[in-house]
Design a protein around this ligand. Sequence first.
Ligand code: ADP
Length: 446
Amino acid sequence: MFSKVLIANRGEIAVRIIAACRELDVSTVAVHSVADRDCLHVLLADESVCIGPADSLDSYLNVTSVMSAARITGADAIHPGYGFLAENAHFAEIVGECGLAFIGPSADAIRLMGNKSEARRTVAAAEVPILPGSDGPLSSRDEAAEIAGEIGFPVILKASAGGGGRGMRLAWDPDEVRRAYDTAWNEAQRAFGDPTLYLEKYLEKPRHIEFQVLADSTGRAIHLGERECSIQRRHQKIIEEAPSVALDPELRAEMGKAAVATTRAARYENAGTVEFLLAEDGGFFFMEMNTRIQVEHPVTELVTGIDIVKEQLRIAAGEKMSVPKRKKIQADGHAIEFRINAEDPVTFAPSPGRITDLAIPGGPGVRVDTHIYSGYTIPPFYDSLIAKLLVHGRDREEAIVRGRRALQMLRIEGVKTTAPLHLRILDNEEFVSGAFDTHFMERFLA
Ligand code: ADP
């Protein structure tokens, strides 16, 4: 096992990684921007290094600064968390070239899956179902219109280098495809520095279902079941749960097999997530693979009892994953995660500022992953996620009751949060019934 891990991230995920390191008796180095001096991950780590000004381009995204901090402190591995440098193949390569371990998959696997049109081709060759669409990148707006005509409308144009729900455009007719091509091209160029686009059939009422996978250097690759992530706003997840009410054991086995086939096709090692769209008729299609730990990983941890971050460290250190062989992993009960953002719960305007008072709920079946504390000032420069409130119950009904109770017991004073929004969602009949799709939030907010 490593002796010292540098965490190239901030906030709740940095705290989560420190927890895993502590349990494995690995010491930790926090890096932070000037604006994050008082962030909990800095206070909890064994050592900390300031790597630059508030702007993440000059700190958390600055490879030279991060690598210097690793050198100075003598870290032997780097955990990138999610966001920032987590899916940067170049960074993973540099970490390796400097003789450190990157706690994540290989640079090749990151690069392959980071190019979404290439990823489609790779998984299709492994007999994983994909939506009808372009075979690789599009070369012109006319080609886009032609392919869309062949597969039928509506279609969605996406950036090959895309992520975070950006660079996507829907089109319902050939003229709209041509226009969408230009806007998406410009948006992708601006957001990712790469305008490459691809296109696929747009499903009108899908669910977003993703599978957590683990693969180690012994050649073992397994899945830990699914997460239901259809509760999204502007393609950003708000609530995630496991298991999904939409999957029966047969479909779960079939999708799980496709997730593992994807993992193998990418020669993937470490923890990852394979995202699918599930159509109303039970057909499922590969969407993308996220080559990092996900925000919503604790949902899977609650129902499987597996500490995914500790497994990441073991795998990166060349050890076997510690999940017993031949054991079919079954979800035990039901878990739900509520993302608590420092935002106005009605307008979604960011609400940074000082937390004047804080009470974190506990009791049966409650887990809170957070970096905030009473007196902490949320800086305006980063993601608005300030806490993940998770509940676990014997079944979905109990998880919902617990969720309501825990959200009522959560007190965050001084800033606005999305906790009241979650309470309203829990009172919504459609949510409670479980019969929803990715457009739930649009209907709910209307
Ligand atoms: P990103 O990597 O930017 O998050 P994804 O490809 O994961 O982009 O898609 C994000 C969300 O967009 C999905 O969860 C789903 O709600 C919607 N989406 C993407 N592709 C399709 C599609 N072909 N049909 C319907 N909805 C889609």
